[in-house]
Design a protein around this ligand. Structure first.
Ligand SMILES: Nc1nc2c(ncn2[C@@H]2O[C@H](COP(=O)(O)OP(=O)(O)OP(=O)(O)O)[C@@H](O)[C@H]2O)c(=O)[nH]1
Length: 185
């Protein structure tokens, strides 16, 4: 804002400038926090739904493929019972960290439930997504989790699906991935 003021009888212009960098950074941080899971740093279910809906629109418009990998830790309750909640948390945090390292820049890793994760893979056909899911599954299987004097392993069940021309919304893809998850058990 520029004001004209009189100083010592002279008319001068005075500009008021406000540095909003801090405010912008704070707003960006709050937005990011509302979209991410604090424990793993992955995006939360809200962001997952929004991104998948956007990917579905892209698919309808231009036919760009998108696949989704869902995975769920097997018998997670048993891990909590045997190694405590800290043991369960350790599995979720370390597995998410490992998966994050395997993702390409456009991929979106999300924690969509307690021990349930999903990865959105833009521009990825089903067969590539299946190969990637299998690699992740094996990597998790070989991870060793250590807490106090105990070492243990965890396994996941995966489901993979891609958008199809018959999909009326992103929900249809989720249903297929869920069914695949179920069949794999
Ligand atoms: N440690 C820890 N446990 C969690 C968290 N969120 C959810 N859980 C636990 O995850 C367990 C999920 O239990 P279920 O849905 O029965 O799943 P499950 O034991 O893996 O059984 P299946 O899915 O049939 O293999 C519950 O015991 C929850 O308490 C979390 O953030 N940390």
């Amino acid at each position: 804002m520029i004001n004209i003021i009189t100083l010592d009888g002279e008319r001068v212009a005075m500009a008021l400038l406000r540095d909003v960098t801090y405010q912008r950074e704070l707003e960006d941080r709050l937005t990011l926090e509302s979209l991410t899971d604090e424990m793993t740093g992955f995006y939360n279910r809200k962001h997952f739904n929004a991104r998948l809906e956007a990917q579905h629109s892209g698919f309808v418009r231009s036919g760009l493929p998108t696949s989704v990998i869902m995975f769920d830790f097997d018998h997670f309750k048993r891990i909590n019972d045997q190694y405590g909640h800290a043991g369960g948390d350790l599995v979720l945090i370390n597995a998410a960290r490992m998966v994050q390292k395997e993702l390409r820049p456009l991929d979106v890793g999300c924690r969509i439930g307690g021990e349930e994760f999903a990865i959105i893979l833009p521009n990825t056909q089903l067969h590539s997504a299946v190969a990637f899911a299998e690699r992740i599954r094996q990597l998790i299987e070989t991870m060793e989790f250590t807490l106090d004097d105990f070492s243990f392993h965890a396994t996941v069940t995966m489901g993979v699906a891609s958008f199809a021309s018959t999909d009326t919304s992103y929900d249809s893809l989720m249903k297929r991935a869920d069914e695949a998850l179920y069949v794999a058990r």
